[in-house]
Design a protein around this ligand. Structure first.
Ligand code: ASP
Ligand code: MG
Length: 448
């Protein structure tokens, strides 16, 4: 059971969360928590201030961090002085070490990825400790696990790549051990370590991924992702009105949605679940009676369009070269360059003398463009957005293309890509047109 930042944001959220866990105790849950909402952002800010040697600024923010957690402990455990004291000792211990650490970073004025990973992982250490004490205070005997004992990654400190074998090897023993004399166990999302124990994290939003890695490793009956919306929707409700909640979608659909812009799940969450065919449920902690969305094996899912997702800020890289005509090996050369600079590509379309690819605008493409320009003409279009219509076997649906593109009569389309996967048709439009495009398509596909 993974609870995201908003599901553990404050007294009310944590009280709700504890009652949800209480309802599951006979199934022996492993509870995975994120940092309290906005705390990871705060820790990023602290690390930035430290790197700039702004000691006063960093200490001010550290003070806020400590106070928020101490106040929370008071609120959560007014009648359990022992647990409350325990929680406060833990909070002060974590904050004291963080203060010394940030002090050292300020002194050196240099922030390595490893140091940054140490700083930003503290949100989860704080939340898991407070919640563990609060659960005990509420009568659920809860044992605490340090995720670094079991979530093993490579040494990419800020976006560790999980070592599935090592994780499968370690998690069951650690969880079983922690379950001795306990009704529940709790651990941190996001937090991980290398095989030799160097601290790493799984990347922003990585707590979902932690939960599915643990679920995979213990052969869980299901993975529950508790969040603040009623499951996965037909489009982003912040952009489109009248979106509907989806009862069930396939692993493939969920993976495409997460990858192509839906914000409900970390994109890598699906893979470990697929390995063991473990269903994932996306549930609303503010509405625990709700159905949520079940993410299941494809055979349980009907064909049809499930969502219109989008990525607002992307770049289109257009590569022209006459050397491409009638030759082999050109694509290999091009994509080797993307791989060398670790730039990940979303859509690709090619014609005789041209390749166009889209990449997330947050990536640094200077190296790629420079190297490609040595042998091809390269143009980058910015201020573009990518829209994806996603659903099982949509390619077979009669009239789908017409329905998708009819509303776009007056809109310039820069690139179209239809995956062989039968799950996704994507295209690129001007960023200024995005909201309108998504609303129109959603209306055509879901609101008639
Ligand atoms: N706390 C981390 C973040 O904000 C991980 C997570 O919440 O999933 O990115
Ligand atoms: Mg999240």
């Amino acid at each position: 059971m993974k609870f995201g930042g908003t599901s553990v944001a404050n007294y009310d959220a944590i009280t709700r969360m504890i009652s949800i866990v209480r309802g599951r105790l006979d199934e022996k849950p492993v509870v995975v928590v994120s940092a309290l909402s906005k705390v990871t952002d705060l820790l990023y800010k602290i690390s930035d201030e430290a790197a700039l040697r702004n000691r006063a600024g960093a200490m001010e923010l550290l003070g806020q961090l400590r106070k928020r957690h101490l106040d929370l402990a008071d609120e959560l455990m007014p009648d359990s002085p022992e647990e409350c004291r325990d929680a406060k000792e833990k909070i002060n211990g974590i904050c004291d070490s963080l203060v010394s650490f940030v002090d050292a970073v300020c002194a050196v004025g240099e922030l390595s990825p490893r140091s940054k990973a140490i700083i930003i992982s503290n949100g989860e250490y704080l939340s898991s400790n407070v919640i563990c004490c609060a659960m005990n205070a509420s009568g659920i005997r809860t044992n605490y696990i340090d995720a670094r004992r079991m979530i093993v990654t490579d040494d990419d400190y800020l976006k560790g790549e999980p070592d599935m074998e090592a994780i499968s090897d370690k998690v069951p023993g650690v969880v079983l051990g922690a379950y001795e004399y306990a009704d529940a166990v709790i651990t941190q999302g996001f937090v991980s370590a290398t095989a030799s124990g160097e601290p790493t994290v799984l990347g922003r939003g990585g707590s979902d991924y932690s939960a599915s890695l643990i679920g995979m490793a213990i052969d869980a009956t299901r993975i529950e992702i508790w969040t603040d919306v009623d499951g996965v929707r037909t489009a982003d409700p912040r952009r489109v009105d009248n979106t509907k909640c989806l009862d069930r979608i396939s692993f493939e659909e969920a993976a495409e949605m997460a990858h192509f812009g839906a914000k409900v799940l970390h994109p890598l969450t699906i893979e470990p679940a697929v390995r063991k065919n473990i269903p994932i449920y996306v549930l609303n902690s503010m509405n625990p009676e709700g159905q949520g969305t079940a993410i299941l094996q494809s055979s349980f899912i009907e064909d049809g369009v499930k969502s219109v997702s989008c990525k607002e800020n992307i770049l289109v890289i257009n590569i022209f070269s006459t050397k491409m005509i009638n030759t082999s090996g050109f694509l290999k050369k091009v994509f080797a360059i993307f791989s060398e600079y670790k730039v990940s590509v979303d859509l690709i379309s090619t014609s005789e003398a041209n390749i166009s690819v889209t990449v997330d605008a947050s990536q640094d493409i200077r190296g790629v463009v420079g190297t490609l320009s040595e042998f091809a003409e390269v143009y980058v279009d910015s201020d573009k957005s990518q829209v994806s219509v996603i659903g099982k076997n949509i390619v077979n649906l009669k009239g789908l293309l017409e329905q998708t593109f009819a509303p776009l009569r007056d809109c310039r389309i820069y690139m179209i890509s239809q995956g062989a996967s039968y799950v996704n048709i994507s295209f690129v439009v001007d960023r200024s047109a995005l909201t309108d495009v998504v609303r129109q398509i959603h209306k055509y596909l879901f609101e008639v």
